[in-house]
Design a protein around this ligand. Structure first.
Ligand code: AMP
Length: 308
């Protein structure tokens, strides 16, 4: 089993969907990634920052799931990163209502000593300079570096984002962000352009329409499970990335064939995330539920056709 370093926000979110509205609840990219990766019982550490307003029970929730939180800095006199979003009726698109960086504005990430030799690094959605700083702190070159990002950083730190994209093996990005990053409408062309920017593997997430994995001329597609109830898509992308990274860290096999399985695990875990507000579903997720849904996934995508 490999060690996994996760960097990203640990945050307060306030979410509005057609089904309801929350006050400030637990959120953040590193939170969702960590909860998903914890399903694989990997040796993982989160690198993040919170303010003195962040409840200890939220931090405990991560450490109870085996995530090392010694790299989560607490700034007593500061306020935790806050994000608020409102989903449209189709639940595939949302408006960001507020992004308050707070303690994140001056964040200098510190990778715990014991994790500077981690084989897998998951650079969750954060300022690209913070992502780069984490890479620079590693004593040994990780076997796999995965990067997730979003339009916010393309708008305000594009050059820095390009610098870090050059250094990663896998990028996970959603369809609209892939289009924004490349100026291409076709996702196949966009993936090729992102490939040319550095990453050997490009994962394009398409929300309820699944995810595509590109590597050279190979493409793999995994649908999203058709769900009866989608309550809140927040964190689905991060949960996907956490499942993808956690599975690869656990198995240690970084081949394209095994990355297909990682995409399936990522999609399966994301399908749970959207069923309840915030982290609620992921916090209570049981291994047998995951197993059952993997079986459903297999059934959904299996067919027998006689080819002459
Ligand atoms: P997702 O739905 O996968 O895009 O992720 C939603 C999570 O990302 C929320 O829990 C937010 O706290 C977090 N988030 C939103 N905006 C940002 C940002 N600009 N940088 C880092 N994390 C963010």
């Amino acid at each position: 089993m490999s060690k996994l370093v996760i960097v990203g926000t640990v945050a307060f979110d306030a979410i509005e969907t057609p089904f309801g509205k929350t006050d400030k609840i637990l959120g953040g990219a590193a939170t969702f990634i960590g909860l998903a990766a914890s399903q694989f019982h990997v040796d993982a550490a989160a690198v993040s920052i919170v303010g003195g307003d962040f409840p200890q029970e939220y931090l405990d929730l991560l450490s109870e799931r085996g995530i090392d939180i010694s790299g989560v800095e607490v700034i007593k006199e500061g306020k935790t990163f806050f994000w608020s979003g409102k989903y449209h009726n189709d639940m595939n698109t949302r408006d960001t209502l507020a992004t308050e960086l707070n303690v994140l504005a001056d964040f200098n990430p510190k990778v715990p000593e014991d994790y500077k030799d981690a084989e897998v690094v998951m650079l969750g959605n954060l300022h690209p300079n913070v992502q780069m700083s984490v890479l620079e702190q590693m004593d040994t070159k990780p076997k796999l570096v995965i990067l997730d990002t979003m339009n916010f950083w393309m708008d305000c730190a594009l050059e820095e984002l390009h610098n870090v994209i050059k250094k990663v093996d896998v990028i996970t990005i959603n369809d609209e962000e892939a289009r924004q990053l490349t100026g291409e409408y076709s996702l196949v062309v966009a993936a090729r352009k992102i490939h040319d920017m550095g990453p050997q593997y490009v994962v394009i997430k398409k929300g309820e329409h699944g995810a595509l994995l590109f590597h050279d001329d190979n493409v793999f597609y995994a649908p999203a499970l058709p769900l009866e109830e989608v309550f809140d898509p927040t964190g689905a992308g991060d949960t996907f990335a956490g499942g993808f990274a956690g599975y690869l860290a656990k198995s240690g096999d970084l081949s394209f064939e095994n990355m297909k399985n990682a995409v399936i695990y990522g999609s399966t875990l994301a399908s749970f995330c959207v069923e309840k507000f915030g982290t609620e579903r992921m916090v209570n997720l049981k291994p047998n539920e995951v197993h059952k849904r993997l079986q459903q996934f297999k059934q959904l995508t299996q067919f027998e056709i006689e080819l002459a």
